[in-house]
Design a protein around this ligand. Structure first.
Ligand code: UDP
Length: 236
């Protein structure tokens, strides 16, 4: 079994460790939560365990649907062995329903169901506040090549199709979500980071009740219960 060696990086919600194999890292999920580019901080008890398990479950599902991911093996409640990737510094956001920054930017209510999903990119750069950009900007800034962006778009829409169908079965609407992709040493683009209630908006299909990090962002209460409810519905 892979063992944790030195810590390479500590992010807002996860730590990354080296292992004895240079091509493999261990990610360790924390209970820390942040919002609004780090302005709001808190903890969500048990979140690390939930996000680790849920993300691994969804990555495994996506692998069976032809989406390559960084997932290798779940090591414990909070720790997962992943392939080392170089992260493409783009946040890839897919939306099926208006919410959050989309509703704010375009002056529309939340909850409008789109005829087709949308995709947008932001530059993963905390100092700049993760500004929105388009594919041409990303190429100009050498964040990714045109071919990589085409592949990322194709994979992101596949992820959306598969996850929408999967969540629907559990009575949940996948409103929007953020993905990150990485490059393996041979240049293959794989899905990386996490897929969890921290990175997805998940609404109850019947009542539109929010079952995701918006409960933390907006001080709605019942944050832990919402995360647990998603796990329960997923049978995890
Ligand atoms: N999101 C994320 N990390 C970010 C920004 C957004 O995981 O740094 C997710 C967020 O949880 C939501 C989707 O991406 O599911 C769209 O977020 P939006 O652009 O509406 O921004 P927000 O309103 O969360 O600031």
């Amino acid at each position: 079994m892979a063992v944790k060696k030195e810590q390479l990086y500590e992010g807002k919600a996860k730590k990354v460790f080296a292992t004895d194999d240079p091509s493999l890292y261990i990610v360790s999920y924390k209970d820390d939560a942040t919002a609004f580019n780090g302005l709001k901080k808190g903890t969500i008890a048990g979140k690390g365990v939930i996000n680790n398990k849920m993300s691994n479950h969804l990555m495994k599902l996506l692998e069976t649907k032809g989406v390559p991911t960084h997932f290798v093996e779940e090591l414990s409640d909070r720790d997962t062995l992943v392939k080392r990737v170089s992260i493409v510094p783009l946040e890839v956001i897919i939306r099926n329903v208006s919410a959050g920054s989309f509703a704010k930017h375009y002056g529309v209510e939340e909850g409008i169901i789109f005829d087709e999903p949308t995709i947008e990119f932001s530059y993963k750069n905390d100092a700049l506040g993760d500004p929105l950009l388009n594919a041409y900007h990303a190429i100009a800034l050498k964040l990714a090549t045109r071919e990589e962006i085409e592949e990322i778009k194709r994979l992101a829409f596949t992820v959306n199709r598969e996850l929408c169908a999967f969540f629907r079965e559990t009575g949940i609407r996948l409103v929007d979500f953020k993905l990150e992709f990485g490059r393996l040493d041979d240049g293959t683009i794989v899905l990386a980071d996490e897929i969890s209630p921290d990175t997805c908006r998940l609404w109850d299909l019947q009542t539109n009740e929010k079952l995701d990090k918006d409960r933390f962002r907006r001080d709605l209460g019942g944050v832990e219960d919402a995360y647990r409810e998603v796990m329960r519905r997923l049978g995890l």
